[in-house]
Design a protein around this ligand. Structure first.
Ligand code: PLP
Length: 402
């Protein structure tokens, strides 16, 4: 009798399923629009030049491989919070931000969730947008938190359902945690406007919410890290306590290096010290200390003026290519194929992903007839488009929607 006889086969991740089906397809002309990673105009992974240069510097410095402290590389942490909250951040100047390097965005969320589970009153709910990045729900549930959803996406407009969002959050218990995508919402690409962020902030103050911002695309969405930090800085400067999970996977292309940070805004330096001591206890039993290499690279880039300005120009180039592909996809649909449908949402949405509005049956047809692969919710990774395939993808979209 096996110890594992009662272990059921777990369901496959929907994105992995799309990748597998793509690999098995023998067609020569086939495109994968599922992966959440940047691709260049030749469809190839891209390592940023600022990262390569930082790596060369590290190599020439002959650095060791010793353990990092539990909270990671201090100079990386300082640079990461400055990048997120801004040089002139009030809570930063007041020494009220507890920060720990963690395992990219996912690990930062998981550490944050474990901390909340330990220290918020039992039964506190976490509200996530509907839909959200699938892992949010499992991360908070695995940490023992109860997860609820608030309305977010309106399929009639392919835009934000701000009335539904505010109504659902008004009905949430005071003191709840609300998870917000700071910019470039995944999977919809739909972000609140500045006015709408103000409304969400005012409601958060009124309801004494704890905002937990997930910022996985700072600088990658608009090309401007300050612009993409609008919501985050609005909340941070408001005087509210909040949390932030930061990822350098997309904006520095450090995907597999697992580089990120969890930060917690506290009400005083003394409270910060207590919070940090407990974050350390959470981290110690989960993975002891974070990975070294990615943090060293990010640290070099952010603390070297030459590499920093190279990074900023590369952020502009990556986000610019994505914005161009959005324009091109819409243009082909409206002007080459004379689609009668509205496609403005393709260019209204921002970031790596676009919620096309295609129905599951249309996604299935595109897969079998055109060998274009995406998740059945109609989400595409715009990074998978390039000057060679965008017209073909538009043709496929038109064929199944006309
Ligand atoms: N949060 C959101 C909204 C994301 O889209 C992602 C990645 O796709 C992440 C967090 C975390 O990614 P990582 O753990 O690779 O930093």
């Amino acid at each position: 009798m096996s110890f594992w006889a009662n272990v059921q086969m777990g369901p496959a991740d929907p994105i992995i399923g799309v990748n597998e089906a793509f690999k098995k397809d023998p067609a020569e002309k086939k495109y994968l629009l599922g992966v959440g990673a940047y691709r260049d105009d030749n469809g190839k992974p891209y390592v940023l030049s600022c990262v390569r240069k930082a790596e060369q510097k590290l190599l020439s410095e002959n650095v060791d491989k010793e353990y990092l402290p539990i909270t990671g590389l201090e100079s990386f942490n300082n640079a990461a919070v400055k990048f997120a909250y801004g040089e002139n951040s009030k809570p930063l100047a007041e020494n009220r931000i507890a920060v720990a390097q963690s395992l990219s965005g996912t690990g930062s969320l998981r550490v944050g969730a474990a901390f909340l589970q330990r220290f918020l009153p039992k039964g506190t709910k976490v509200y996530v947008p509907k839909p959200t990045w699938g892992n949010h729900i499992t991360i908070f549930k695995d940490a023992g938190m109860e997860v609820c959803e608030y309305r977010y996406f309106d399929p009639r407009t392919n835009g934000l359902d701000i009335a539904g969002l505010l109504e659902d959050l008004k009905a949430a218990p005071d003191g709840s945690v609300i998870l917000l995508h700071g910019c470039a919402h995944n999977p919809t690409g739909v972000d609140p406007s500045k006015e709408q962020w103000n409304e969400i902030l005012n409601l958060s103050i009124k309801k004494n919410f704890l905002p937990f911002l997930d910022v996985a695309y700072q600088g990658f969405a608009s090309g401007n890290p300050v612009e993409d930090a609008y919501s985050l800085r609005l909340f941070a400067e408001s005087g509210l306590q909040m949390m932030l999970a930061q990822s350098f996977a997309k904006n520095l292309g450090l995907y597999g290096e697992r580089t990120g940070a969890i930060s917690v805004i506290c009400s005083s330096p003394e409270e910060k010290a207590r919070v940090l001591s407990q974050l350390k206890i959470v981290i110690r039993s989960m993975y002891s200390s974070p990975p070294l290499n990615g943090a060293r690279i990010a640290d070099k880039v952010m603390n070297d003026p030459e590499l920093l300005s190279l990074w900023y120009s590369e952020l502009k180039a990556m986000s610019g290519r994505i914005i161009d592909m959005r324009k091109s996809l819409r243009d082909h649909l409206e002007n080459d194929f004379n689609s009668k449908l509205k496609w403005n949402h393709i260019t209204d949405q921002i970031g790596m992903f676009c919620f096309t509005g295609l129905k599951p049956e249309q996604v299935d047809r595109i897969r079998s007839e055109y060998h274009i692969y995406m998740t059945r919710n109609g989400r595409i990774s715009v990074a998978g488009l390039n000057t060679k395939n965008v017209k073909y993808v538009a043709e496929a979209f038109h064929a199944v929607t006309k």
